[in-house]
Ligand binder design. Structure first.
Ligand SMILES: Nc1c(NC[C@H](O)[C@H](O)[C@H](O)CO)[nH]c(=O)[nH]c1=O
Ligand SMILES: CC(=O)[C@@H](O)COP(=O)(O)O
Length: 163
């Protein structure tokens, strides 16, 4: 039985028993990263899964860090049952936004497809900081929580089909 800070009893999900989820967060914007991480953690803890958080400088490093964690798992390290990528990419003056936004998303998608691995993408790609806050805040868009829920949804599917 997991009790959230709102004192509402939340049952851990038996379909996810023993699962271990790796959050890879790009901390280019610290305060926004805190909000996304809080949202993702709340969902994962309510589901009763183990969580590891890996921190990288920016969104572009997220897929590579996740692949490093997967490779370590395959070499006998801790298991990686799902990955949640969190980050904030805000458009600047140059084409770099397209690179960071597009390649981090592509990297996460390729990771999921290559490994048949549940992946949730919580990397915000926005034009302004205000847009990022509207999507990051737990009481508004809570995209960190949404990414965690998406990853858990795929993990439940994988376990059901592999049973
Ligand atoms: N401009 C943003 C970045 N840029 C940094 C890259 O993600 C990367 O760390 C760098 O190019 C070195 O490889 N990252 C974000 O997460 N958000 C941005 O808005
Ligand atoms: C997403 C980015 O890389 C961007 O914030 C960098 O800003 P700029 O394009 O003005 O260098």
């Amino acid at each position: 039985m997991v009790t959230t800070r709102r004192e509402t009893a939340v049952e851990a999900d038996p379909a996810l028993e023993g699962a271990r989820v790796v959050i890879v967060e790009g901390r280019y914007y610290e305060a926004l990263a805190d909000e996304l991480l809080a949202g993702a953690r709340a969902v994962l803890e309510a589901a009763g899964v183990a969580v590891e958080v890996i921190t990288v400088p920016g969104a572009l490093e997220i897929p590579v860090a996740a692949e490093i964690a997967i490779a370590a798992s395959e070499e006998g390290g801790e298991p990686v049952d799902a990955v949640v990528g969190l980050g904030v990419v805000i458009r600047g003056e140059t084409y770099h936004f397209e690179i960071v936004a597009g390649e981090s998303a592509r990297g996460l998608m390729e990771l999921g497809l290559a490994h048949a691995l549940p992946v949730g993408n919580g990397i915000l790609t926005v034009d302004t900081e205000a847009q990022a806050w509207e999507r990051a805040r737990l009481v508004e868009g809570n995209k960190g929580g949404g990414a965690a829920e998406a990853a858990l949804s795929l993990l439940r599917l994988k376990r059901r089909l592999e049973a």
